[in-house]
Design a binder for this molecule. Sequence first.
Ligand code: BDR
Ligand code: CA
Length: 313
Amino acid sequence: MMAQKLIIDCDPGTDDAIALLMALAPFTQVQVLGITTVAGNVSLDLTTANARRICELAGQTQAGVYAGCPRPLLRPLITAETVHGKTGLDGVTLPYPQMPLQSPHAVPFLIDTLMQSAGDIRIAALAPLTNLAVALIQQPAIAQKISQLVIMGGAITQGNITPSAEFNFYVDPHAAHVVLHAGIPITLVTLDITHQAIATPERLAPIRQQNTAVSQVVIDLLTHYSRHDMAIYGFAGAPLHDPCVIAYLMEPSLFTTQPVAVTVETTSELTLGRSVVDRWQVMGAAPNLNLVETIDVEGFYHLLTRAIASYAS
Ligand code: BDR
Ligand code: CA
């Protein structure tokens, strides 16, 4: 089977780090062409350094890391660090980044790679959508070159940064608006799905037992990260938001989807960044994406366990 070509746009960030380890795992049929970073969970410097650390840990030498936009399109940057005091990978010792940072900015990297492609590249978007929005504004023709864009963003029920909005859409709602309406084949994984993918001690036990350098980092990251989610939501562990996107790309049969019309609120202060889902087309707009409706949670953890185990061999 031909490896799927993938670009990962991310802001590591703990769950982004696990998503990267999953996508870069030896066992996958995924060829990661590049990792683009953006400001989000933490500042651009840190998301970029963290992406490089994860590549180093994964023994990844093929895909470059390309630093992108340091702030959202129109709004000041609000990081998870400012809101929750979370600083991505702190508390976990990872090797010092050895992976060189690639010199082109993430936006020209995205544009050039997509425009030179045969239209067979997929993108996993795990962060505020600033890099993609800027690339689409500079070169709208990339919309026809993206074979599939799978986004972690939005919430149908309650948000996690405000009652209305999920973090990635809230941080850069204008970018989310640009991307959702660019005519790209999109699959959207919302908080309603990722909040089911809870890393409970039982689900993590098979990863803990692997006892490798990578499995140890995964366990350390999740132990550190889960404290916040357990305190706020009363969850039995951390929700693995961004790894759900990688799982969808690797094994879509773990999910079901439905075409719907979704837009993003960019004006109201109260509901800024809200993903407005119009299942019954009461606004008259045609579906612009496939909304993920269900996840096989145990199948997801089985896939994650296999991906992390493949680093041992
Ligand atoms: C999303 O926000 C970030 O904090 C996570 O990495 C994930 O991409 C969840 O709302
Ligand atoms: Ca993220």
